[in-house]
Design a protein around this ligand. Structure first.
Ligand code: HEC
Ligand code: HEC
Length: 629
């Protein structure tokens, strides 16, 4: 370290020379797509179909589509071998596919929510990010055992190996901070903090020779509710040299990168093997940029040409190690396109899978993800910008009606009415959002809507379902998110002793949580039941609140991964919901409980769901994907 600081130049030259001995190659980085080291095969994870498709590069055709399990989020070739490793986010597993046999040969149970995955060049080790609560697993490929688990930060998704494979660079999804860890020991070596409004950092890549890592993300500007100012696309470059005279972190605003042509939702980036070119794809506007890498520590990237049109919802981009082809995975067009690396001229396209679920669901997902008309006239924002794949954006928005945390959408089909103030009773009511200031879209129905009068709950009277196939499709998609079991349980259906004690308190008549948090979704939300909102003392002293202080009872399933809590997010922890945010015992009676009783109650809340809720309740809505029997 000291030597490095004293003689940066000779060492830099030496490092460069060493890398040139081998073929130049960017450190491995996470993606839904990977190209084999010999450049002959491509693998793609079809997240919604639960399959991986393997392609032959020479014949430009699929070899096989292999079922793997629910929600594959990352795929990597293991060294030079014919093996692939795939993360299954919903199942907490990594599966190994043998691409000669074209079948799954091994399943490894891992920590919660495995997302990104990378392999060392020699294929001896795999590193996996776990989103909740933010960990990395190291897997030894000799016996496919998890050998170490590191704490890696908060809600980690992106992962890149440094080209010398000594370090791991990891992104925190909701803070856009980058953490550098020692790959051998997991020791946290450094952190590049994101700004307060940086969000959605899901992928990162390292330059093959320059001490730089790159990652796309957005900004969520929660004090502005406007299609022109809420969401911004960005690209960040971190200097990893450790030298004191360098700018450690630099962010490029991508909305002005192409002049007046705005791009949205930067989702993934790739560096060419020679380190001269960077590709950035935008999944919200279905386009991308080619950029020249500037060796200047100043402007860092320079746009080559204008933004280039891609297929629907591009979510992965990779360069062949021979540098001669670029591949794009168009996730909602269900294909991989092959391009010329300098012009991005399309050379071929290969089908990756059949459209999953149902045509309406696919249509709904396309509308949800896009920043194009008719959803918005401004190209910055999409439903996805705040509800990424149905998750929360972890933000508290300063809405006109008051502070509002973005809720996760899991279980939505069963927990209508919608919004913290229960002012909407069908997802189709979000036509008001589409046409409103936040999105400034043309909308999905024809004709005028009943105008809003202040904060009156106009949408409860306006029936918008069955008026437009697109609006119904949006509802079907939005109502499709489910839960996975909490990692804070001993086994499916089995609580720890402490959580069992907490459960007894939860259902105790005096504590009375279950009087509102009732039924399998832990909510008394009910369609048609007028006034089923409660004042639990959370919105009384907030002058910005225009619709409260009575709120819809939220589901408690999946709480463990969705801090902060309450409509205004003022409870940073579950303990605060029961203590500092419940001083007058209006939100269940908690003041008489001892500290250890409150801890028991929190342990129970963290364990939800410990069993799967039913897929049909008396309150389940019609516009949803009915699961196959
Ligand atoms: C700028 C961020 C943002 C955008 C863009 C956005 N939402 Fe939301 N969404 C929120 C917030 C914040 C809430 C909570 C508001 C409330 O309860 O009053 C919310 C609530 C919801 C809910 C209710 C969830 C529940 O549990 O009650 C649905 C459904 C929803 N949004 C759908 C959409 C759709 C569909 C779009 C696109 C047309 C969209 N949202 C665009 C931030 C956003
Ligand atoms: C009178 C009905 C009622 C009772 C009783 C009640 N709750 Fe709630 N709960 C609500 C409402 C309404 C909210 C939303 C309040 C807000 O966001 O400001 C809520 C919110 C919560 C939240 C935050 C959820 C989130 O997603 O942010 C938690 C956790 C919670 N309640 C747990 C409990 C526990 C534990 C008890 C028993 C001690 C309890 N509640 C008793 C109605 C109730």
């Amino acid at each position: 370290m000291l030597i490095w600081k004293m003689h940066p130049l000779p060492l830099a030259i030496l490092t460069f020379a060493l890398f040139n001995l081998n073929q130049l190659r960017a450190g491995q980085s996470n993606s839904l797509m990977d190209v084999s080291q010999d450049g002959k095969r491509i693998a793609v994870a079809n997240t919604d179909s639960g399959t991986v498709t393997v392609f032959d590069v020479q014949s430009r055709s699929p070899l096989a589509e292999i079922p793997v399990g629910t929600k594959p989020e990352g795929v990597t070739w293991i060294g030079k071998s014919p093996l692939l490793a795939v993360t299954l986010y919903s199942e907490d597993k990594v599966v190994i596919i043998d691409c000669d046999k074209l079948s799954v040969i091994k399943t490894i149970t891992t920590e919660d929510e495995p997302y990104g995955i990378v392999s060392t060049m020699d294929g001896k080790k795999l590193y996996v990010t776990h989103e909740y609560p933010g960990k990395i697993s190291e897997i030894n490929t000799a016996d496919f055992k998890v050998t170490q688990v590191f704490n890696a930060g908060k809600m980690t998704r992106g992962i890149a190996l440094s080209p010398d494979e000594k370090y791991l660079f990891v992104t925190e999804f909701y803070t856009a901070s980058v953490n550098k860890l020692d790959a051998a020991t997991g020791k946290m070596m450094d952190q590049w903090k994101g700004r307060d409004d940086d969000n959605f950092a899901r992928q990162i890549t390292a330059h093959p020779t320059r001490p730089k890592v790159y990652y796309p993300h957005i900004r969520s500007r929660t004090h502005i509710i406007d299609a022109d100012g809420s969401i911004f696309p960005e690209f960040t470059i971190c200097d990893t040299s450790g030298l004191p005279d360098k700018t450690r972190r630099m962010t490029v605003a991508m909305d002005t990168f192409n002049g007046v042509y705005v791009v949205a939702t930067p989702w993934e980036t790739a560096v060419s093997p020679d380190g001269k070119t960077i590709y950035i794809i935008y999944s919200g506007t279905n386009d991308m940029n080619i950029c020249k890498v500037m060796d200047d520590d100043y402007s860092e990237i320079q746009r080559v040409g204008t933004a280039i049109r891609l297929g629907v919802n591009p979510r992965a981009i990779r360069v062949n190690p021979n540098g001669k082809e670029v591949y794009v995975y168009n996730a909602l067009q269900f294909d991989v396109t092959i391009h010329d690396p300098t012009t991005m001229t399309k050379l071929a396209s290969m089908k990756s899978c059949d459209p999953p679920k149902s045509p309406e669901w696919v249509r709904g997902k396309i509308l949800f993800a896009t920043s194009l008309s008719p959803m918005t006239s401004r190209r910055w924002v999409a439903c996805f910008s705040c509800h990424p794949d149905g998750n929360s954006d972890g933000r508290i928005w300063e809405n006109p009606e008051g502070l509002r945390k973005t809720p996760p959408m899991a279980g939505l089909a069963h927990t209508h009415p919608l919004h913290w103030s229960a002012d909407r009773d069908e997802v189709q009511d979000f036509e008001y959002t589409i046409r409103g200031k936040l999105m400034r879209g043309y909308g999905l129905t024809k004709g005028a809507l009943t105008p809003k009068n202040g904060f009156e709950k106009t949408e409860l009277k306006e029936k918008l379902s069955e008026k437009s196939a697109d609006l119904d499709a949006l509802a079907i998609y939005t109502n499709s998110f489910g839960f996975t079991l909490s990692p804070h349980i001993e086994a499916p259906g089995k609580l720890s002793k402490q959580a069992e004690r907490g459960k007894a308190l939860f259902f105790n008549n005096q504590v009375a949580c279950a009087s509102c948090h009732s039924g399998p979704y832990y909510s008394d939300s009910q369609l048609g039941a007028k006034g089923k909102v409660h004042d639990v003392g959370t919105g009384n002293d907030d002058p910005s609140e225009k619709m409260g202080p009575q709120y819809d009872t939220p589901t408690l399933l999946g709480l463990y991964r969705n801090a902060p809590y309450l409509h205004h997010g003022k409870a940073k922890t579950l303990m605060e919901v029961l203590t500092t945010q419940n001083l007058k015992d209006k939100h269940g009676k908690t003041s008489h409980l001892s500290t250890s009783e409150k801890e028991d109650l929190v342990e129970f809340l963290k364990a939800l769901p410990y069993e799967m809720p039913p897929d049909e309740t008396p309150n389940t809505v019609k516009f949803r994907l009915t699961p196959k029997k």
